[in-house]
Design a protein around this ligand. Structure first.
Ligand code: ZN
Length: 328
């Protein structure tokens, strides 16, 4: 179980000096704009569209930066593009008073507050249907207080069950509770790039952020191009995409540049609520083990793309040799 492991020991070892080094002068608190007009695209442009979905908000940032600063920076970056994102909340990371403050800031800014389970269990062999169901229901209590609480569920590690029985029983539970799957279409390993950045800061507190930012941006754009092309071939149309990113130190620093890089590459940011209206998000691929990017699973289901589908779709093992070679 390698993917998106939660990191804290590495973060704690990084130096506080870096934090002040990276912060721009005069950073101000996020002002909670209520009046920002939602960007509802009229589909008049041919630009591919994507929404930002951010997983695993947390209070455990160690000394790289404080969660309050990370939260302000991420929210400001999104608000500057005048879009609303979807936040997928894993309860155990925010289940205390400060967690409510963190989530309230997102709620007040109009972002969707969604369920990512309480304990982030891997829904494979090691987790029974019953345990997974209880953990999902436990997270409902965490997000229940928020106005923008939305009945979208994102599977931890994008793992939707290792048997048809477990897959289908949980899908039935989601339906019974009025939920839909908060699918990722553009999967990536941003969590790993941030982990490497934090590890580096632990050893070399003044290490520059730029090479990690550049790697992250190139990686995300590459994955976006891959999944967009795959979707075009599988569905014979451009779908509205959902990009997976995480609430982590690297993203907190470079999200504005990531979002601008997508625009420069021709993409258009849209509201997450609009993206999830695309009918593609109602599909239920019959693959096993179930999960991965929705586009990956739909391609897998056809049996026609075997030479282009690795398993898992994304992971640290694919990025490690490239980052090693770059000395990152
Ligand atoms: Zn997660």
């Amino acid at each position: 179980m390698r993917r998106r492991r939660f990191l804290s020991h590495a973060i704690k070892s990084a130096s506080a000096a870096v934090y002040s080094q990276l912060l721009p002068p005069g950073l101000r608190a996020f002002p909670f704009p209520q009046s920002a007009a939602p960007k509802i695209s009229s589909d008049t442009s041919a630009r591919p569209q994507l929404a930002l979905t951010l997983d695993d908000p947390t209070l455990s940032f160690g000394s790289v930066l404080k969660w309050q600063e990370a939260n302000s920076r991420v929210l400001k970056a999104i608000s500057e593009k005048s879009v609303r994102a979807a936040l997928f909340v894993c309860g155990m990371r925010v289940d205390e008073a400060d967690g409510a403050k963190l989530l309230s800031a997102w709620d007040q800014a109009g972002h969707l507050i969604c369920n990512h389970s309480y304990s982030h269990k891997f829904y494979g062999e090691q987790t029974s249907y019953a345990d997974f169901a209880v953990d999902f229901l436990k997270d409902e209590k965490v997000i229940a207080p928020y106005h923008n609480r939305t009945a979208l569920f994102r599977y931890p590690f994008l793992k939707e069950g290792d048997t048809a029985d477990k897959r289908d029983r949980f899908r039935a539970l989601l339906k019974e509770r009025g939920y839909r799957v908060g699918h990722v279409t553009i999967d990536a390993s941003d969590w790993y790039v941030s982990q490497r950045f934090v590890d580096r800061l632990g050893k070399q507190p003044k290490a520059p952020i730029a090479p990690y930012r550049d790697y992250l941006i190139a990686h995300l754009l590459d994955r976006a191009a891959f999944y967009r092309q795959l979707a075009l071939e599988v569905l014979v149309r451009d779908i509205r995409h959902t990009l997976l990113m995480h609430f982590n130190p690297l993203n907190a620093f470079v999200l504005p540049e990531v979002m601008s890089a997508f625009e420069t590459a021709g993409w258009q940011w849209i509201d997450a609520s609009l993206a999830f209206e695309d009918p593609v998000f109602r599909s239920q691929p019959q693959t096993l083990p179930a999960g991965e990017s929705l586009v990956w699973a739909l391609a897998k289901e056809t049996g026609r793309f075997e030479n282009r589908l690795r398993y898992p779709g994304e992971d640290d093992v694919y990025e490690k040799p490239k980052m090693d070679a770059l000395g990152l």
